[in-house]
Write a protein that binds this ligand. Structure first.
Ligand code: ASP
Length: 318
């Protein structure tokens, strides 16, 4: 890399999901551990950019680390389906050239984001699901596989128990999922070439059935990147699909010249709640502006700006 390229600003933002995250419920120890985890991921993702890696490399690396953390609903620590298994979804998009890859309903891939990257790089397709995605993983021996139970964690099992009890008590009320999801992970990055990329990975919603897939692996809903900006979302997926949230944010920037912060707020605090949903999004443009917006009580998030400023936050205010 030459000196001119090195002067270009680098930036990275990550999220570990939005939802009802309350100070008292989380506990001081878990909060410290989650903040430390987000810090570690920021450092590693930013180091990829600092070493001349692409935005695509950085978001893949950051999301793969978040997939390994039990605190977030992706990879190890993913939520349970109604029949006590895990079905994982992930997507990744490169704003430069608009290349994209996604997988849904995979059950033995330790890092679904890495498989999504392989779909982007090495297949002529964008989106592979279920058994077919597993077969595609079989053709890539370096994609790490694990038994489905490997993703089990006790707090997620307890979440499933509670969701199923709520469902038995009052089916209709249990279908109101506002804020009742946690921990989808995502990242957006700006590299030394001035290119942006986004990636998102999730276990979906607790107690899901019938092969339900949310917004996270859907290009344009949960993930988007183009020449202007990159977006990764988290929230009640059905509403993010109906509102094509990630693309709507980017379209406002591209077609109307909205500032990134304004576009992200208008969609996350305006459109999504107006239709009955909730959640958050992180977005980054090619100047390095970062928007982290949530309509829920909390969203695990962290960022390193182009001037080196950095932060970690969980709640609305900190
Ligand atoms: N958006 C994800 C889904 O609906 C859930 C989340 O963000 O926590 O699958």
């Amino acid at each position: 890399m030459n000196a001119r390229q090195l002067r270009r600003p680098l930036a990275l933002a990550i999220h570990g999901g939005a939802g009802v995250i309350e100070r008292n419920a989380l506990g001081a120890e878990a909060e410290r551990a989650i903040r430390a985890e987000l810090d570690r991921v920021l450092d590693a993702g930013h180091a990829v950019l600092g070493n001349g890696g692409t935005a695509l490399d950085a978001v893949e690396a950051a999301v793969a680390m978040l997939e390994d953390s039990p605190y977030f609903n992706a990879g190890y620590g993913a939520v349970f389906t109604a029949d006590g298994r895990h079905e994982l979804d992930a997507s990744i998009m490169d704003g430069h050239g608009r290349r994209a890859g996604a997988v849904a309903g995979v059950s033995t891939v330790r890092h679904p984001v890495q498989l999504a990257r392989r779909v982007l790089e090495e297949s002529s397709h964008v989106f592979l699901i279920g058994e077919g995605a597993e077969q595609y993983a079989d053709t890539h021996p370096d994609i790490e596989r694990v038994p489905n139970e490997w993703f089990d964690t006790e707090p997620r099992r307890e979440q499933l128990r509670q969701a199923q009890q709520r469902e038995q008590r009052a089916w209709k009320a249990s279908q109101d999922l506002r804020g009742k999801y946690f921990g989808t992970v995502g990242a957006v990055a700006l590299d030394s070439h001035g290119h942006v990329a986004a990636a998102t990975s999730t276990g979906g919603m607790t107690n899901k059935r019938w092969g339900r897939v949310g917004d996270s692996p859907l290009i344009g809903a949960g993930t988007w990147a183009d020449a202007h900006c990159a977006v990764s979302c988290t929230g009640w997926g059905e509403y993010y699909i109906r509102n094509a949230v990630a693309h709507d944010i980017a379209a406002r920037v591209a077609y109307r010249g909205d500032r990134l912060q304004v576009a992200t707020e208008d969609v996350i605090l305006g459109e999504v709640p107006a239709h009955g949903g909730d959640g958050g999004a992180i977005a980054l443009d090619r100047e390095g502006n970062i928007a982290l917006v949530l309509s829920t009580a909390g969203m695990y998030r962290g960022w390193i700006g182009p001037d080196g400023s950095r932060g970690i936050a969980i709640y609305q205010d900190a």
